[in-house]
Ligand binder design. Structure first.
Ligand SMILES: Nc1ncnc2c1ncn2[C@@H]1O[C@H](COP(=O)(O)OP(=O)(O)O)[C@@H](O)[C@H]1O
Ligand SMILES: [Mg+2]
Length: 544
């Protein structure tokens, strides 16, 4: 528009021109937009009121100065001075094409002004470019709005990016959590299915987790603090002493950081069973090395031990068998010789009555010895040795063999069998049986103790069809340790260190079984022991 106004100026008559100049000037001064004109040398030839208002320079100050004299100091966004090489007016003059640009110029007071510039070339009637006209207006509000929009755009972009990152992080965390819980579940399944018992404690030793195998070993589980340890009953296999609460490997692991491996412990489970276990524990530490808990493992080795024990037992039996054969062979001949000599001696008329009686006793004992060597060690079956035996009498005679020890220890022998009782049996073996049991009772009795012997008619436990006798040999001695209870009938099991050979009960049991009878034991530590034997009345009832 401004270019068109300029272009008409040259074309009018002088009369009209004066009027139209005045009109033009008023028009230009009333324009809201700032306008200035340049000649070809870029000298400012016109400066309107709006330009004065906007820049602070009045027309007198700028007219005649060159645009590139740097009065206005046009710069672009990056601060590059446009008046020298990139002047929109120069471009418009050079190309004849109108130029639009958002730039900055310097206000007279020194501050920067943001303006939109529109520059066009001015042509004369011959179409020659004679200068340029530049219209400019304050665009700071527009620019501010643009900048705010840009800032908003940037903030939105950043928000977008943050959202995207959060989304990825959340997805990742979810994935990790899922993986963790999967692997936790996986681990739990593994621990639960382990064939050995596993128990976890926290840093204070509180029992917090037990797998299925552990609960099976112990017949249950007791969670809780150290006070619960006492509920777990165990004895050291090596010493037989009870495991105290603070002696459990779990406790030592959390308190002292100790690692224990395969401690052999005999336990009494919550459902009353006796088992042998391997007990191990180690402390669990965090990355700083602090103890945060303990892992305990239990392995039930009862079966394995039984296996080993029965292997040892069968080895013992085999060696006992071998030994028996050797002894029987070696001993029987001298015994036969002694018996012959005694026979000769007994027949000697020069013996007085006492000596003859003694010889008879020796003869009987040697006969018993011969029998022992055959039955105890040979264990062969010889039915012809059976006869009707007066059990009560045999029992009394057996106790006589220990009369010296009985007297020395002031043991009171309480005989409760009033009537004579008979069974069909091998007399020598029964004598041997009673001697074994009485000898054990006498060994166990304290000074001033009591030994009870009783024979009564009886029908076998759980089998009323089988009549016979019940023989009781009881004492109020030290009793049998419950942990030894299942071993006492094994060959070579003895608690009498140097004096015992551990064959007495094994032989006794064999004799009873051979007679079709049963042997039972009841004992209470520190209070006494009761052995009861059932013998069937006759061979028809027994298995011999
Ligand atoms: N009346 C009893 N009182 C206490 N303990 C007993 C009694 N009878 C047997 N025992 C225990 O059983 C074990 C095995 O007995 P036994 O086979 O006769 O062998 P030994 O007498 O040579 O030790 C004994 O060592 C003892 O510990
Ligand atoms: Mg014995």
């Amino acid at each position: 528009m401004t270019a068109d106004v300029g272009r008409t100026m040259d074309q009018d008559t002088p009369a009209l021109r004066g009027k139209s100049d005045e009109f033009c000037k008023q028009l230009m001064d009333n324009l809201h937009d700032a306008v200035y004109c340049l000649d070809r040398e870029r000298r400012i030839t016109y400066w309107n009121k709006a330009a004065e208002k906007l820049t602070g320079y009045c027309a007198q100050e700028v007219l005649g100065t060159k645009c590139n004299d740097n009065v206005l100091v046009h710069v672009d966004e990056s601060g590059y001075q446009l008046c020298k090489e990139d002047c929109p007016a120069s471009h418009a003059m050079a190309s004849g094409v109108p130029q639009n640009k958002d730039i900055y110029l310097r206000h007279k007071l020194g501050h920067k002004l943001s303006v939109s510039v529109h520059a066009s070339s001015l042509v004369d009637s011959q179409g020659r470019i004679v200068g340029a006209v530049e219209v400019f207006s304050d665009n700071s509000q527009k620019r501010e709005a643009q900048e705010q929009a840009k800032a908003l755009g940037d903030a939105l972009k950043e928000l977008d990016a943050t959202c995207a990152r959060l989304h990825t992080e959340l997805a990742e965390r979810k994935r990790v959590e899922e993986a963790l819980s999967r692997s936790e579940g996986h681990l739990r399944t593994i621990v639960d299915n382990l064939p050995i018992g596993v128990l976890f404690t926290d840093a204070q030793g509180n029992l917090i987790f037990a797998n299925a195998a552990l609960q099976q070993i112990w017949g249950g589980v007791r969670f809780g603090g150290v006070e619960q340890y006492a509920a777990y009953k165990g004895w050291w296999a090596s010493t037989g002493k009870q495991v105290k609460a603070e002696e459990w490997a779990a406790y030592r692991a959390v308190r002292n950081g100790e690692t224990s491996v395969n401690e052999v412990i005999e336990i009494e489970t919550f459902d009353g069973q006796r088992k042998t276990i391997f007990n191990s524990a180690f402390p669990v530490r965090d990355e700083k090395g602090r103890i945060v808990g303990a892992v305990v493992t239990n392995e039930d080795i009862t079966e394995r031990q039984h296996g080993q024990e029965s292997l040892i037992r069968s080895e013992k039996l085999a060696s006992a068998g071998r030994m028996a054969a050797t002894i029987a062979h070696e001993i029987n001949n001298p015994i036969a010789a002694v018996m012959n000599l005694l026979y000769v001696l007994g027949a000697n008329p020069s013996l007085d009555a006492d000596a003859a009686k003694l010889i008879t006793v020796i003869d009987e004992e040697i006969g018993r010895l011969a029998n022992i060597s055959r039955t105890t060690l040979g264990f062969y079956r010889n039915d012809s040795d059976h006869s009707v035996v007066n059990v009560a009498k045999l029992l009394d005679e057996a106790v006589e063999l220990y009369s010296r020890k009985v007297q020395e220890n002031s043991i009171y022998v309480d005989r409760r069998h009033v009537t004579e009782q008979f069974v069909s049996a091998n007399e020598g073996e029964l004598r041997h049986l009673f001697a074994n049991l009485i000898s054990n009772s006498v060994d166990a009795c304290p000074s001033g103790g009591r030994l009870l012997l009783r024979v009564i008619p009886f029908r076998e436990w759980g089998n009323s069809q089988k009549p016979g006798l019940k023989i009781t040999i009881a004492d109020n001695g030290r009793g049998i340790d419950p942990r030894h209870r299942r071993n006492i009938f094994e060959p070579f099991f003895t608690t009498k260190e140097t004096v015992g050979n551990g064959l007495g009960l094994w032989v006794s049991k064999t004799i009873v079984q051979k007679h079709g009878g049963t042997i039972r034991v009841r004992s209470s530590q520190g209070r006494g022991t009761v052995f009861q034997i059932f013998l069937p009345k006759s061979r028809a009832e027994g298995a011999f």
